[in-house]
Design a protein around this ligand. Sequence first.
Ligand code: ADE
Length: 262
Amino acid sequence: MHIDIVTLFPDMFVGPFQESIIHKAQEIGALSIAVHDLRVFGIGRHRQVDDVPYGGAAGMLLRPEPIVAAVESILDRPVFRGAEEPPVDVDALPPIILLTPQGRPLTQRVVSELADHPRLVLICGRYEGIDERVRQYLATDEISIGDYVLSGGELAAMVVVDAVARTLPGVLGYERGAEEDSFASGLLEGPQYTRPPQFRGRAVPDVLLSGHHARIARWRRKESLRRTLQRRPDLLETVELNDEDRALIEEILREGKHKGTH
Ligand code: ADE
């Protein structure tokens, strides 16, 4: 997987991309990342990238030309769907993703979908916004990492890179990998414990020390369902539950442990 990032603040990415999973993904060759400075594609002597909005609103907007120039330089072909230009075969391009609070929400499903592409281009918006023509005729996708406004798309791009990187083959060293994460199954993960078995009078649940694999698996599934019921019941509406899951939910409800604890 190769990810290109277009940003006015390339230095923001230096630390986060040199640590932990994103670093490892690059080390093992599962991921390469190129951060491109939008300023390089700025207009004129001052390398201008932004301007005042037409119609007299407050703030500054990113102009379209530098962003289009950056992406066309990265992909080495015309990608802007201009009115008088030959049509662009969007399906032959990597996704060109604008990070914006107006985008479709990032979920684990979206992460998997992105991870299936060999290449992604991420465009980080900044200032008060971006010229609409970038959204309409350059971007092929728009993603939001949540219903709040960041001061730019950089942190959102890092979130996308991290979430994608950890799903790439070989990146998570341990066997269980990303498949058992919260959300991968559509449910939240249940509680987990490590040593010591007793800590200040608080014990690890007996079943986990029992060595009884079937019972442990059933307990894990039940606790995962319980946690999802407690914290994100909305997730249960889309997840596929089997008969045993439904029986476990009945049990949880009978126990009355589906309320509270957040
Ligand atoms: N840029 C600013 N806010 C954002 C958000 N919530 N998600 C993605 N990009 C953003």
